[in-house]
Design a protein around this ligand. Structure first.
Ligand SMILES: Cc1cc2nc3c(=O)[nH]c(=O)nc-3n(C[C@H](O)[C@H](O)[C@H](O)COP(=O)(O)O)c2cc1C
Length: 218
């Protein structure tokens, strides 16, 4: 299909080896971070935090988080340009939603008189409370929307990426305890530019299930 959106999605793929000499520009990084901020979420909850790992020191901490698990992803950390931790809020309190409403007032989506009525949407959060009184499954789902948005944005920017669910949440949350306080990270995204000769995935054709297997039009 000849269409710029489809062409972007066809050319993007998961990089398996990065060229350590190439870095994402601050200008492109700013576009990506703004795209993350603009990601949609249920009731506009935005129950996420994105930790951008850029410095050598932060990369060393990220590298160390693979000490026990998923070492197959570890080599990306020092060769890619940046890593972004996608973290979801463990407990999404009424006050968290209050901050979203206050921002809505500041952005002139509603008036202060409508504030109390706006809290009715918090019922979605209450309906998604687990038996520990937490909201992990619901907040994590929202965070994956931001991940999808990031992958599409990166495709447009022609920046390579590697989504990594192969992280060690336990150690990661311990090593980044200060930055992730109140949040949990189960997925990270390496970004950069693939190695010109050592990225086997760059040459493989895209493979997906057939359209009629995944889509039903009624
Ligand atoms: C949620 C998620 C987790 C993933 N985790 C890893 C991972 O830990 N390591 C890895 O090399 N690829 C990982 N991938 C990449 C997928 O295997 C890849 O997206 C899929 O095979 C489709 O291939 P493509 O991205 O090249 O089109 C992950 C992708 C997603 C969306």
């Amino acid at each position: 299909m000849k269409n710029p959106i489809i062409e972007d999605l066809e050319q993007r793929y998961t990089a398996k080896k990065y060229d350590a000499s190439k870095k994402v520009s601050q200008q492109d990084l700013a576009i990506l971070l703004e795209a993350l901020r603009l990601s949609p979420s249920s009731i506009n909850s935005q129950p996420w935090k994105f930790v951008v790992i850029e410095s050598d020191q932060a990369k060393q901490r990220m590298h160390d988080s693979f000490a026990n698990k998923h070492q197959f992803n570890q080599h990306h950390i020092k060769s890619c340009s940046h890593v972004i931790l996608f973290a979801h809020k463990i407990e999404y309190a009424r006050s968290d939603f209050g901050a979203v409403i206050d921002q809505g007032i500041e952005d002139k989506r509603m008036t202060i008189d409508q504030k109390e009525a706006a809290f009715v949407a918090y019922g979605f959060v209450q309906a998604n409370t687990d038996d520990k009184g937490q909201h992990r499954a619901w907040t994590k789902s929202q965070t994956y929307l931001a991940l999808g948005n990031a992958l599409h944005t990166l495709a447009r920017l022609k920046i390579d990426s590697t989504t990594m669910e192969g992280v060690d949440p336990e150690l990661l949350n311990e090593i980044f305890a200060d930055e992730l306080a109140g949040y949990d990270c189960h997925v990270a995204l390496a970004i950069g530019y693939h190695h010109p000769s050592e990225d086997y995935n760059a040459l493989l054709p895209k493979s997906r299930r057939a359209l009629d297997e995944v889509i039903t039009v009624l």
